[in-house]
Design a binder for this molecule. Structure first.
Ligand SMILES: *Cc1c(COP(=O)(O)O)cnc(C)c1O
Length: 387
């Protein structure tokens, strides 16, 4: 027999990091000490008090059964309490909060709930690949909105044709932004709400990095802006905030009809998050400020070291106010991929070529702050020798 993939899988965009992944494996096989600044996954373990809560929760037989798809009420209440404390936003835990098996799960699934074949989803580019892929799997059409440095990496809605806006069903935005590290202010969110109201577009704000911020400047929640709850939802994750990427838990909050629509997909596709993880996550959401400050201080020391280092090398890096990424212009004469390959070959330093996140990312490379500061210093030193 002949096994042929479905068209939706066959039409997936090419995996642009494949070449660089292969080069990394080859370098490692040659015994090169690769400093890998390409990984969007914290290197620091989950805080001990969260692990201890998990150990207790995993022993409870009541947690061994199927969880509810929408999440335990105690977990959803802890999310609502966290939102009240962190953002002064009030949420009804029963109808305005939904647990997710990592926010990627919800982001990937939401087009299935709202997008009909041929309808448009507005997607930022460069951006998290799950936005266009979830759209593709639902039969929707992605319209890519370039995020350019000249516009502080915010989409320019006036550049989107009226006809596209009229066919748009969903709009993805992501601040603090991966990969550009840009943050959005209240005015931008107000503009988003205006567009959403005028064209009847559901807003999906991905706020995975809202707690990885610097210099004490706390990013806004979309939900803090008047009218947001009428037009959309916000995705959050415990992955980056609490170093819990492997645990697979996140949540969506906001508009109850949108939450219910996403919930409808989930009841039919999955059976919720392991309850022990939800219980440990309640503990995570109640983490004291001192512990979170320590995590942020670690990233801030790394950020300062890498930012200063790159500047001294004459590279133009955007100084992040949030996220653990440095979006950095590649030097004249290089493409993103050529620069990444050059640095890996000559210096054993790996960054992520920006074009892998979308065409407008060409000309940039993304460095992640997910290695100790000593390694960052060494990476800068090695790059200095070959630039
Ligand atoms: C890491 C990340 C997420 C979170 O993923 P989880 O599935 O919650 O681990 C979501 N969006 C962006 C842009 C990310 O970089």
């Amino acid at each position: 027999m002949s096994i042929r993939l479905a068209e939706r899988v066959r039409s997936l965009p090419p995996y642009l990091f494949a070449a660089i992944d292969k080069m990394k494996q080859e370098a490692l096989a040659r015994g090169v000490d690769v400093i890998d600044l390409s990984i969007g996954d914290p290197d620091v373990p989950t805080p001990r008090h969260i692990v201890a809560a998990m150990k207790r929760a995993v022993g409870r037989p009541s947690n061994h059964r199927y969880p509810s798809y929408e999440g335990m009420l105690s977990f959803r209440s802890a999310v609502a309490a966290w939102y009240r404390k962190r953002f002064r936003v009030s949420l009804d835990p029963r109808s305005e909060v939904l647990s997710l098996i990592g926010s990627k799960e919800g982001i990937g699934h939401i087009p299935l709930a709202f997008v009909n074949p041929g309808e448009v989803v507005l997607v930022p580019s460069p951006g998290y690949p799950v936005y266009p892929v979830g759209t593709l799997f639902a039969g929707g059409e992605s319209y890519l909105m370039p995020l350019l440095e000249g516009n502080r990496f915010l989409p320019d809605f006036s550049a989107v044709p009226k006809g596209v806006l009229k066919r748009a069903k969903l709009l993805f935005i992501n601040y603090p932004n991966n990969p550009t590290s840009a943050v959005a202010g209240r005015d931008f969110f107000k503009e988003v709400i205006n567009i959403a109201e005028r064209y009847n577009v559901i807003v999906c704000h991905d706020a995975a990095y809202s707690e990885i911020y610097y210099d004490g400047r706390r990013p806004l929640s979309f939900m803090q802006v008047e009218g947001a709850k009428e037009v959309g939802i916000e995705f959050h994750s415990l992955s980056k905030t609490y170093n819990m990427t492997g645990w697979r838990i996140g949540f969506a909050v906001g508009n109850r009809d949108v939450i219910a629509g996403l919930g409808k997909i989930k009841t039919n596709l999955d059976s919720g998050v392991f309850q022990a993880i939800q219980e440990a996550s309640i503990t995570a959401l109640q983490t004291d400020e001192a512990t979170l400050s320590k995590i942020r201080d670690t990233y801030q020391e790394r950020r300062d070291s890498l930012y200063e280092g790159l500047r001294k090398l004459g590279l133009h890096a955007i100084k992040p106010q949030a996220t653990f990424y440095l979006w950095t212009k590649v030097p004249q004469g290089f493409t993103s991929s050529a620069f990444a390959a050059h640095m890996l070959e000559k210096a054993g330093v790996l960054g992520t070529p920006g074009n892998g996140f979308g065409k407008p990312g060409e000309g940039y490379v993304r460095f992640a702050l997910t290695v100790p500061v000593k390694r960052i210093r060494e990476a800068v030193e090695r790059m200095g020798k070959v630039l």
